[in-house]
Write a protein that binds this ligand. Structure first.
Ligand code: G3P
Length: 478
């Protein structure tokens, strides 16, 4: 396994005793770009043991010292942003500018988490007993927040750096240790990111990274007795993890079928721009991408024409050239997307732009007259395909959204704020954006999927709050 990227345990970068590696393919060239270690179950045990041992001392490290170390990590990430971004271009075909912004956004997230953690975790509470019936003021309850222990962080391929630090930074700031399992594609960018944590001078063993196929070590990791918290972003696997996991707090962000509801009084130019950006940025490979447009019939032709005109202008090509549309992450993903498009074609969808594919590169595809009988009305392509469904009313649109098990975000376009709030209230989804495309950021906003889209709220404040438990000490007075 020499020459392959190493895994990280107890302060050292190591080769696996398995002698095996896992290849990382470049989605654009489909050639093997990197090799990483295929860790064994015994190595997973070692990572958890190192984390558990290091966490004891870290829990006693003053908050201001934890914050100072995290600020160092953020500075190192800014200093090394370009090489990390270059890996993202090669591993996940993210357009070069977006790849760089992912790293900078991640450094900002770490700084914010350090600052927020200093204030939020530095506050506790004092309760007196005499507010409860029959009690006197003879008991003082001192409430503080203490770490959970070891957090297992599993980020997805589409944000291997950002969705790793959104787990690592709050976990560490709150006094926890971490075992990170990076996605198979994105693992090298993840290794560079982890090196910034290591170089900042965190105690050895506090952050560990095991690599290998999720299908081989995933269950072992998530069912490990040393896990005290799981923070996972990805697909349906999260549902299986949460069913099997023990009694540990979980944060799961899974799929989405974010709908864009366009009302008759909407600013159509604004809505069209949002559909274009929301639907096609990073080739639709975002949980929060616009994955269905529900437009009322009166304005459907106007909206469809404007979006189609925008799609024609999107640059299709390679991530190194910072094209808008780049190859999707894998051949199996491209095949899945194609399956949804073909199903829609057979059931009568109208293609406003032609479907075209070369290898993993899929040209942006806009489908109109999509009906509820088509799979694409319900499933997420995670690719550059946007379906338009024409509806009689906003109520019909809301009913369609609420009938889907995926319920991450959604958006509504109208000039009437009363209508917008009513629609937001009616939509049973984690976040509704009014007059803008769905998006997770700014990263301190709460972020939670409903139903099969997840459990546990994210966002910096909520992640900090989720990664601690409440400790009470009661002083009993004479
Ligand atoms: O797909 C991951 C999800 O968290 C999307 O994030 O920033 O693209 O809205 P963002």
């Amino acid at each position: 396994a020499g020459g392959a990227y190493k895994w990280h345990c107890d302060g050292a970068w190591r080769e696996s005793t398995s002698g095996k590696t896992v290849g990382v393919s470049n989605p654009a060239t489909r050639a093997r770009e990197y090799e990483v270690q295929a860790c064994t179950q015994a190595e997973v045990d070692e990572a958890f043991a190192a984390a558990k041992a290091a966490q004891k001392g870290w829990a006693r490290t003053p908050l201001w010292q934890r914050a100072a170390l995290l600020h160092k990590v953020a500075a190192l990430m800014r200093d090394h942003a370009q090489p990390m971004a270059d890996c993202l271009v090669k591993e996940i075909a993210k357009p070069s500018k977006d790849a760089l912004s992912e790293v900078i956004r991640s450094a900002d997230l770490i700084d914010y988490t350090a600052e927020e953690g200093l204030r939020a975790l530095g506050e506790g509470a004092l309760l007196t007993s005499d507010s409860f019936p029959g009690q006197t003021r003879n008991k003082l309850c001192l409430v503080s927040k203490v770490p959970l222990g070891v957090v297992l962080a599993i980020p997805p391929f589409n944000y291997p750096v950002n969705l790793a630090v959104s787990k690592l930074a709050p976990a560490l700031m709150a006094g926890n240790a971490v075992v990170l399992k990076p996605p198979s594609q994105g693992v090298v960018a993840g290794s560079h990111m982890l090196q910034c944590f290591v170089k900042a001078g965190l105690p050895k063993g506090l952050v560990n990274m095991v690599t290998g196929k999720g299908s081989e070590i995933g269950d072992y990791l998530t069912g490990h007795p040393a896990v005290n918290c799981i923070s996972f972003t990805g697909g349906d696997t999260g549902i299986a993890i949460s069913r099997k996991a023990g009694m540990v707090p979980m944060q799961m962000e899974l799929g989405g079928k974010d709908a864009c509801i366009v009302c008759s009084d909407a600013d159509i130019d604004l809505a069209a721009k949002a559909v274009l950006k929301g639907g096609f940025s990073y080739s639709g490979q975002r949980c929060t991408a616009v994955k269905l447009v529900l437009v009322v019939k009166e304005v459907a032709d106007a909206l469809a024409a404007k979006v189609a005109a925008g799609v024609e202008k999107l640059r299709v090509g390679m991530p190194e050239d910072d094209c808008d549309i780049t190859p999707v992450v894998s051949e199996s993903s491209a095949n899945f997307i194609e399956g949804l498009v073909e199903d829609a074609r057979q059931k009568g969808a109208k293609f406003l732009t032609p479907y075209r594919r070369e290898g993993n590169l899929i040209w942006p595809t806009l489908l109109d007259h999509v009906t509820p009988e088509m799979r694409i009305a319900w499933e997420e392509p995670f690719g550059p395909v946007v379906p338009i469904m024409r509806v009689a009313s906003a109520d019909e649109a809301v009913a369609h959204c609420n009938a889907n098990n995926l319920a991450l975000q959604g958006c509504v376009f109208t000039r009437d704020i009363n209508k917008a709030i009513a629609i937001s209230d009616a939509m049973e989804t984690g976040t509704v954006q009014i007059n803008a495309a769905p998006a997770r950021g700014p990263d301190h906003f709460p972020f939670q999927g409903f139903r099969d889209s997840g459990i546990g709220s994210q966002g910096i404040r909520n992640s900090l709050a989720m990664m601690v438990k409440t400790k009470s000490t009661v002083v009993n007075l004479d």
